[in-house]
Design a protein around this ligand. Sequence first.
Ligand code: SPV
Ligand code: MG
Length: 434
Amino acid sequence: MNKERVKKVYACFSTDVLHEGHINIINEAQKYGELTVGVLSDEACVKFDRFSTISLDEKIKMFEKIPGVSRVIIQKNTTYKDVLDDLKPDYVVHGDNWKSGPQRIIRDGVIEILSKWDGKLIEVPYTRNENVKAIDDTTREKLSMPEYRRKRLGQLLKLRPIVKAIEVHNGITGLIAEKTVVERDGELDQFDAMWISSLCDSTAKGKPDIELVDMSSRLDTVNDVMDVTTKPIILDGDTGGLVEHFVYNVRTLERMGVSAIIIEDKTGLKKNSLFGTEVKQTQDTIENFCYKISEGKKALRTSEFMIIARIESLILEQGMDDALNRAYAYVEAGADGIMIHSRKKDPAEIFEFCDTFRKTNKETPIVVVPTSFNMVTEEEFVEHGVNIVIYANQLTRSAFPAMQDTATKILQCHRAKEVDESLMSIKDIITLID
Ligand code: SPV
Ligand code: MG
C-alpha cells in the first residue's frame, strides 16, 4: 500500500512573548502536518523593528516547549528565501495581518517561492483582543525603558553592518523615525536610532545653534521623544560645556536611557560646524578635551552609555595629522567612538581619515554625518570602516519649506482649499499617533 508522505509545514515568529494569537497559529499549522517553527534571527528582527529583549536561545527554547512543534530552526532573513528553498514546505502558515502594511512585500515573496513546488500559504485570522493588545503593548513599553533602550545602540553596532540614525527634535519626528519602514530588494528596512541634533532642536525653537538652548531644554526634547518611541537616542551634546557640568549631564542622560552623547572638541562660543572657518571657532586643546572625556567616563554607572568624541580638525582646516592624532588621544582617554566631520562635498578626506584610523584601530566605532558629502552610500561607508551614519538635519530641512509654502499659499488664496492636496490626511495623522 502506498503510504502518504507526512506534509511539511512551516511558520516563522519574531516575538519575545507568546500570546493566544501565536498559539492559535501553531495549533492551526500542526493540523496540516509536521510543523517546523522558524525564529527570526536578531539581525533580521531589527530590520522590521522587532528588537529582541530575550536571547535567540531563549526564544528557541520557548517554542521547543510547545506541544505540536516538531523542531525549531533559525530564519536568518526576513524574506524566508533561504529557509523555504531548503525546507520546501508544503504549507507556510502566517497570521493574515501581513496582507497590508510593509510586510505585504514579504508575503508576496513567500507566495512566489512556494509556487516553485506548488506549496500553499495558509493565513490564519489575526487574533485581536484586549489580552493580545496588552501583551504587544507591554513588549513595546519594555523596549522604551532605560535599561533596554540605553544598551540597544551597542547591540545594534554588533547586529548591523552600519547603524543608521535620523534627526529628530520632538515627538512627531520621533514617531517618523520609529515607524518609517521601506521595502528594498524584497527585504524590509528602517532607521536604527535617533539623533537629537543641536542645530534642529535649536531651529525648532527659532534659535541659533550656539548652545543657547540650554541642557534643561534639550532634556525636555529628549523626554518628548522618549515618551513616544523605543529606538536608541544619540544626543548631540555640542561642546559638552564645562567639565563640572558635563559629569552631571552624562549621569542624567545615562539614567534617562540615552545611549550616547557626542561632544565636539571646540571651546568658547560654539558655532555650527557647517560654517567652517567663515566664522570664528576655537578648537579645544587635546589635553583639555581628553580630560573632559575621561572625567565623563568616570562619572558613568554603566558600561552601556557611550561618550563619542567629535573631531573638528577638518572643519577648522587643521589638517589630517591633527585629526588623526586627536582620534588616537581621545580613544586613549576613554572615548567610546569617534565622529569625524567635514563640510567638503568630496568625501576624500573623510575616507582618508577612516582608512588611516582603521589601520591601527579596528574596534572603535566611527561616526559620520554626510550632510555635505551626501552622495556617499551607506555601503561605501561600510567599506571604509564606518559604523554609524547620521542623517543630521534632513527632516527639519524638508518640513520647513513645505510649511512655508503652505503658509504662503493660504495667504495668497484667502482660503486653504489650494493646499489641501499636499497635506497629510487627518486620518493618516491620527494613525501615526497611537
Ligand atoms: C547638528 O546636527 O547639530 C550637528 C551636525 O552638530 S552639523 O550641523 O553638521 O554640525
Ligand atoms: Mg550640533
